[in-house]
Design a protein around this ligand. Structure first.
Ligand code: NAD
Length: 450
C-alpha cells in the first residue's frame, strides 16, 4: 500500500465505527502494553545500539513511562469518554448542554530520535484512547528502534488501526501531503514550521512538541548541594539529548564558585572518573551531531570534561565557564552534554535576558525564597518546569506537558493526551415540551406550550 492507500484504508475502517466503543479502545491499549512487555529485552537492546542507552535509563525514561501512562489511561478512560454535562444559561431554559468527546479520525504521529521508543508511543496511547487510527513515523536516526517498532506493531495491530511507516524526511513529507484529521509532531522548531505549513493545506489541526533553550537559574539562597545533584542529573541524562534538559545555567555571582565545585563532584558521583567508558552514560546519536557539539567546546573556558571519543561518538559531561550570549553555543538548542554557564547579580537581568529570547520549553529555578519563585513563575513564559528540580514535571501524568510560542503548540500526557486526540463537540439538547417565543423576531414574549 502506498501512503495514499494507507490513509484511505484507515479512514474506511474508521467509518465502520469500530474504534469508538470503550471495549475496543481498551483492547488496543492492552495490546500496546502486552506488545511492550513481550519485547522489553529487544527494546533495551535497540536503545543500546542506537544511543548506548543503559538498561536503567531505558527502563525509567522509556519503557516504565509508557507502562504507567497506559495503566492510568485504561483506569480513567471510561470517565473521560462520557459526555460531560455543562451549565446551561436561563436563556436556554428547558435544554441541557454537553461536551461530546469525539475522535478526530485518522491521525499521523511523527517522532524524534532522542527518546525514540517513548516519544513514538506516548502519543499513540492518546490517539488509541481517543478512538482514532494511527500512522506512526519514527526517526530514521535511530534505525534499530525504528525497525523494532515496525516489527512489533505489525505483529500486534492491524494496519487499519495502527501502523508504522519507516523513513526519513522525504517519507515524512510524502505523508504530510495526505489529508489527516490530526497531526502530532515531536521534533525541532524548523521542521515543526514545515509540518504546520503542510497541515495548513488541509487545515488539519496540529500538535507540535518542539524544543529550544531551557534556562536553569540558581539564585543566591538556593540549596547548592541539591541544585548541583539535580542539575547534573537533568543535564547529563541521555547525554543531554533531552528536549527539556537544562540548556544553560544562570548562576548568582555570590554562589558560583561553590556551585561549580559541587557540580563537578555531582558529575563524578553520577558517572565516575571516566564517563566516556561508563556503561551508564549515553553516546551522541550520530557523527553529524557529535561534530556539531565538538565545535561548541571552543567556546568560553573549559571548567570540567571536554574529552571526547570519535569512535564512540561520545563526549564527557562538560561545563563551559565565561560564556556570553554572543558565543556560538548560545545561538541554538545544544541538545548534548555541554553546560554553558552565565553569571548574574540581579534576578531582573535574567528575567530581561530570558524575555529577549524565544519562550523556552522548560525552565528551572533554584531558590528557597517563595516570593522570588512566584516572581519567576509570573514574569516568565515557558512550557513547564520545576522549582528546585529539573525534568521531574514531565513524569507527572496530572501535569499537561508541552511548549508555548516557539517551543510548541498543545499539550499531552495523562488526560491531556485524551483531550489532545479528541474534539470537544458542544451540544445543546433542546426540549420539545415548550418553546420560548422571545427568541423569534416580532413575536410576543412568552411561553408556548406545545
Ligand atoms: P527533527 O525535527 O529533525 O526530526 C523529527 C522528525 O521529523 C523525524 O521523524 C524526521 O524524520 C522528521 N523530519 C525531519 N526533517 C523533516 C522535513 N524536512 N520534513 C518533514 N519531516 C522531517 O528533530 P530531531 O532531531 O529528531 O529531534 C530533536 C528535536 O526535537 C530537538 O529540537 C528537541 O528539543 C525536540 N524534541 C522535543 C520534544 C518535546 O516533547 N517537546 C521531545 C523530544 C525532542
Amino acid at each position: 500500500m502506498n501512503t495514499e492507500e494507507l490513509v484511505h484504508h484507515q479512514r474506511t475502517f474508521y467509518y465502520t465505527e469500530s474504534t469508538k466503543p470503550f471495549s475496543f479502545r481498551k483492547e488496543q491499549l492492552t495490546n500496546l502494553r502486552n506488545m511492550i512487555a513481550e519485547n522489553e529485552e529487544a527494546i533495551i537492546g535497540a536503545l543500546y545500539k542506537d544511543l548506548h542507552k543503559s538498561e536503567f535509563e531505558s527502563y525509567t525514561t522509556e519503557i516504565g513511562f509508557l507502562y504507567s501512562e497506559i495503566t492510568s489511561t485504561i483506569k480513567n478512560l471510561k470517565d473521560w469518554m462520557k459526555p460531560q454535562k455543562v451549565k446551561t444559561p436561563l436563556t436556554h431554559a428547558g435544554s441541557k448542554s454537553y461536551l461530546y468527546k469525539e475522535p478526530y479520525g485518522v491521525t499521523l504521529i511523527i517522532a524524534p530520535w532522542n527518546y525514540p521508543f517513548q516519544l513514538a508511543l506516548a502519543p499513540v496511547i492518546g490517539a488509541l484512547a481517543g478512538g482514532n487510527t494511527v500512522i506512526l513515523k519514527p526517526s530514521e536516526l535511530t534505525p534499530e528502534t525504528s525497525i523494532l517498532l515496525k516489527k512489533m506493531v505489525s505483529k500486534w495491530f492491524d494496519a487499519s488501526i495502527f501502523t508504522v511507516v519507516e523513513g526519513d524526511a522525504e517519507v515524512s513529507q510524502e505523508l504530510l501531503e495526505q489529508r489527516f484529521d490530526l497531526i502530532f509532531f515531536t521534533g525541532s522548531v524548523p521542521v515543526g514550521k514545515i509540518v504546520m505549513e503542510k497541515a495548513s493545506q488541509h487545515l488539519t489541526p496540529v500538535l507540535l512538541e518542539l524544543g529550544g533553550k531551557s534556562p536553569t537559574i540558581v539564585d543566591e539562597d538556593a540549596n547548592l548541594d541539591l541544585a548541583a545533584k539535580r542539575i547534573a542529573w537533568g543535564k547529563y541524562t541521555n547525554a543531554g539529548q533531552t528536549c527539556i534538559a537544562p540548556d544553560y545555567l544562570y548562576v548568582h555571582r555570590s554562589v558560583k564558585p561553590e556551585l561549580m565545585s559541587k557540580l563537578k563532584a555531582a558529575i563524578k558521583d553520577l558517572y565516575g572518573e571516566d564517563p566516556l567508558y561508563n556503561e551508564e552514560y549515553s553516546h551522541i546519536v550520530n557523527r553529524r551531531h557529535y561534530e556539531r557539539l565538538c565545535n561548541y567546546l571552543h567556546d568560553g573556558e573549559l571548567l570540567t570534561g571536554g574529552e571526547h571519543d570519535a569512535d564512540l561518538n561520545a563526549i564527557e559531561p562538560t561545563i563551559l565557564d565565561h560564556i556570553s550570549w554572543d558565543d556560538s553555543i548560545m545561538q541554538e538548542e545544544i541538545f548534548g552534554p555541554i553546560l554553558p554557564v552565565l553569571t548574574f547579580d540581579q534576578l531582573d537581568e535574567v528575567i530581561d535576558e530570558v524575555r529577549n529570547h524565544e519562550k523556552p520549553l522548560a525552565l528551572y529555578y533554584f531558590s528557597k525564597n517563595e516570593q522570588k519563585q512566584e516572581e519567576i513563575l509570573e514574569k516568565l513564559s515557558f512550557g513547564g518546569g520545576c522549582i528546585n528540580d529539573t525534568l521531574f514535571h514531565v513524569a507527572n501524568p496530572h501535569l499537561p506537558f508541552g511548549g508555548v510560542g516557539q517551543s510548541g503548540v498543545g499539550t499531552y500526557h495523562g488526560k491531556a493526551s485524551f483531550d489532545a486526540f479528541t474534539h470537544s463537540k458542544g451540544i445543546v439538547k433542546q426540549t420539545t415540551k415548550f418553546d420560548l417565543s422571545i427568541r423569534y423576531p416580532g413575536r410576543k414574549h412568552g411561553l408556548k406550550l406545545i
